[in-house]
Design a protein around this ligand. Structure first.
Ligand code: CA
Length: 224
């Protein structure tokens, strides 16, 4: 899945890019409206994150122009203004959703997932597999042997990180810096707790099968 970020505040743009890449998205960034519009019309994206106030062409104007050219890519508008009239204006210009700054990365992700779940965008899915365990990023779904497993958002992100590196030892430090990037005050003990929870969900109910999540004493964890 490919996302275009059009945002002139470089700090925000770069941190969004980093976060979305960790969620397996391919990300392009434009720091002004003109470049953003050019990219949006010349490349194919699954979603566009568009800041409203931009140098070059304004975000609302980009929305209108894209829709005018029959480009139907979902647009998530970022706005610093929270008034009802502004939101209506954004949606009228052709945006599919909007988010008011400042926002939590988790909320942005949830909205992106919701937009990508819409029927016109189900052309591709992000499915990771380890043995009979399967994780679908775009549908936020985990199954083992076709049985649906309920995970919290954080458990899901942790499992995804492990499944991206099957049969490789992952240290606690690696988990802390890759899974908890946006939270603070994380302790090594917290990782242990989450690993325990995951094990109870992906291994324990499947006793007749081999355990997938292993502790490598003194080193870390391994899935496979
Ligand atoms: Ca801006």
């Amino acid at each position: 899945m490919k996302i275009l970020i059009v945002e002139d505040e470089q700090k925000i743009a770069n941190s969004l890019k980093k976060g979305l890449q960790q969620e397996l998205f391919i990300v392009d960034v434009a720091y002004d409206g003109t470049t953003g519009f050019d990219l949006a019309t010349s490349e194919e994206y699954d979603l566009i994150i568009l800041d409203r106030l931009l140098p070059g062409i304004d975000g609302l104007e980009i929305c209108k122009k894209l829709r005018g050219e029959n480009i139907t890519t979902p647009i998530l508008l970022l706005t610093a203004k929270g008034q009802v009239s502004d939101r209506v204006e954004g949606l009228n210009a052709g945006a599919d959703d909007y988010l008011i700054k400042p926002f939590a990365f988790e909320e942005l992700l949830a909205r992106i997932r919701a937009l990508l779940r819409r029927p016109q965008n189900t052309t591709e899915s992000n499915v990771l597999k380890v043995g009979d365990l399967s994780l679908d990023s775009s549908r936020f779904e985990v199954t083992r042997d076709q049985v649906l497993i309920q995970l919290s958002q954080k458990e899901f992100i942790l499992l995804k990180y492990l499944m991206r590196h099957p049969n490789k030892i992952i240290t606690k430090d690696e988990i802390m810096s890759n899974v908890w990037d946006y939270d603070s005050n994380i302790l090594p003990n917290t990782v242990e707790v989450y690993i325990k929870h995951l094990r109870e969900k992906i291994d324990k109910p499947f006793k007749t099968k081999k355990s997938l999540l292993k502790t490598v004493r003194g080193f870390g964890y391994k899935i496979g």
